[in-house]
Design a protein around this ligand. Structure first.
Ligand SMILES: [Zn+2]
Length: 96
């Protein structure tokens, strides 16, 4: 089950199952936004709303460690986090 977390001001979801991303994107060949590895059958993906990107657990963890928080991004982040929270956790597609 995906969980919404925050690290240094950056929202992220962990434990995202590949099936949810495939179902959302309609693309059966999803890849990590960093290493481009195929993410099929992974269930510990990391999704970072402000980047609108999904990563394998290893790259997502590293990415979160390297990212800086910019308060100018807070509004966009809040909107994207709500969108992904509605989809990943509540199971519905909301308006962007
Ligand atoms: Zn990766």
């Amino acid at each position: 089950m995906p969980e919404l977390k925050n690290r240094n001001g950056i929202d992220y979801f962990e434990n995202v199952d590949f099936k949810q991303i495939v179902a959302y994107s309609g693309n059966p060949n999803i890849v990590c936004g960093e290493c481009l590895e195929n993410l099929l059958f992974e269930n510990d993906l990391i999704l970072i709303p402000i980047l609108n990107e999904v990563y394998c657990n290893k790259c997502g963890t590293k990415r979160l460690r390297d990212m800086k928080h910019y308060s100018e991004d807070d509004e966009v982040q809040a909107r994207r986090t709500k969108f992904w929270n509605d989809y990943l956790i509540k199971g519905k597609i909301s308006n962007y």
